[in-house]
Design a binder for this molecule. Structure first.
Ligand code: 1WB
Ligand code: MN
Length: 350
């Protein structure tokens, strides 16, 4: 194709709305190999079910899913072109580096961030990326967070919920929250399977995964951040969560009633819904339900909702067709599909 003005993906025909997909997964061979080693060591973690199935396989038996996770330039761009997805916001897929010992985790986080930055440099109009860090050692994590934003120009961070069964409201992790806030960079809390302490009922029927466990894990993480008062320290921190808000928007009324600080049960200053509107944004990843979308827009505001696919775990075509057909005003559609992502992640307007 001739690379003239009109063939540029961001030079779209009048009427078409730019689409930035905001929770899009990838990996690199070094992380995939380290996850294979984690699977072979075994243990209690519920994530080992998915990690073993995906990464502990012979090269020749590599799944379509793993092939797509490791690809940037070929299958991914083709899926985007075929369905008029202008840009993917990339992130290292779950569980990121959070199951590795701290030294390896920090090394692989740096390597993954370098690779993501290279992908963005190769295709600056098609990809932006979120940085990974290793929360196992918060001080090292903060140094990598600073490098990722200031040197690599990545657009925010992605963490896969708990780390060694611990959550970000714990004070030892506050330097991470402080750094994200100071850098003005959002922190995407992506799912992983429920932590060991809440694992038992999720061990059957693969309930630990995207069908139910992932949402319960991240929803619990988000409620901890709100009810602990951690967000009273970081008023400008922006947390992003996927899957139409991991059910939290539907719980806001009850959270406010039962979690009102005036009841004296929890130390936070504000109502949960006040934190949710001030500190959070959600994406639609993997929830193509127009009733849920309308509820979320009306409940938390159109400025706090972004479109996502969840590539390659979800197919691109139905996600794109769903948002194109969703009953939205022109302004709502623009905000959902690109303007909110541009504002929240600092992505250049096309
Ligand atoms: C799946 C979905 C697996 C997601 C993931 O692994 C992530 C899955 C890290 O459906 O198997 C996701 O982000 O929704
Ligand atoms: Mn995802």
């Amino acid at each position: 194709m001739k690379n003239n003005e009109t063939s540029r993906p961001d030079a779209m025909p009048a009427g078409r709305v730019r689409k930035i997909a905001t929770e899009e997964a990838c990996s690199i061979p070094e992380v995939a190999a380290a996850l294979r080693d984690v699977a072979r060591r075994g243990g209690e973690s519920l994530d080992l079910k998915l990690v073993g199935g995906l990464y502990d396989v012979e090269e020749s038996a590599r799944s379509e899913l793993l092939t797509r996770l490791l690809d940037i330039d070929t299958l991914r761009l083709k899926a985007m072109d075929d369905h008029q997805v202008d840009m993917q916001l990339l992130g290292l897929t779950a569980p990121g580096v959070q199951m590795f010992e701290p030294g390896l985790a920090a090394d692989l986080a740096r390597l993954a961030n370098d690779r993501l930055a290279e992908a963005v440099r190769r295709h600056p109009t098609r990809f932006a990326a979120l940085a990974t860090f290793a929360p196992q050692d918060p001080a090292t994590a903060v140094r990598e967070m600073e490098r990722a934003i200031k040197v690599l120009k990545l657009r925010g961070f992605i963490i896969n919920s708990h780390t060694n069964n611990e959550y970000l409201d714990q004070q030892k992790y506050w330097p991470i929250l402080e750094a994200a806030e100071a850098l003005g960079a959002p922190l995407y809390i992506h799912p992983r399977a429920p932590s060991d302490g809440m694992a038992a009922p999720f061990r059957d029927y693969r309930l630990e995964a995207a069908v139910w466990g992932y949402g319960m894990e991240v929803g619990t993480h988000v409620v901890r951040l709100m009810m602990s008062g951690a967000l009273d320290q970081f008023e400008k921190l922006r947390v992003v969560i996927g899957h139409m808000g991991e059910a939290v928007p539907f719980w806001l009324w009850r959270l406010d009633y039962m979690g009102n600080p005036a009841r004296g049960r929890s130390p936070q200053k504000l109502l949960p819904s006040e934190y949710f509107r001030r500190n959070f944004a959600i994406t639609t990843s993997g929830v193509e339900d127009e009733l849920a979308l309308r509820y979320c827009i009306d409940r938390i505001g159109i400025d706090n909702v972004m479109w996502a696919i969840d590539y390659p775990y979800q197919p691109t075509a139905p996600a794109a067709q769903w948002i194109d057909a969703a009953p939205l005003t022109r302004e709502e559609r623009e905000k959902l599909c690109h303007r909110n992502a541009e504002r929240i992640f600092g992505i250049a307007a096309a």
